[in-house]
Design a protein around this ligand. Sequence first.
Ligand SMILES: [Cu+2]
Length: 158
Amino acid sequence: MHIHKFEKIWLIFGITTLLVFLSVIGVSAFYLGNQPPSCLATINPEKVDTTAPFDKPGLKKVEGKEWDYELVYVASAFSFNPAKVEVPLGAKVKVIATTKDVIHGFEVAGTNINMMLEPGFISEYVTTFDKAGDYLIVCNEYCGVGHHMMSSKIEVVE
Ligand SMILES: [Cu+2]
């Protein structure tokens, strides 16, 4: 079978690209241990309000962990609890969030925090707030008629 020279080059290019991308995913998953944020921790979505740490949403100082604070959020149609929180500048914060009803998004505008909140799963992300200012949290998964009203605010203060 005759394959044109350009077609051969294109096939080699395509297959090489595929192998490069597969190795990047492989190294990232199995060597660096990167996983989807909600793949491990689960929760009964009907008992969120009575399950720690979601029974007391908000910012908490913690000792003896890799991070200084834990920031707990409960999302439900159509709000985030807490609606506003103050975080000290430079604090290393673990954001822990879940939803009580449907899938919601958790995006902190202007940062790389962007999680999907799924009923029954806990989403977590560790970050450092090293720039003072107000950060808007929005839901970026369409969740119903009040979706556009879902927001919360993080104030990073000195
Ligand atoms: Cu929404």
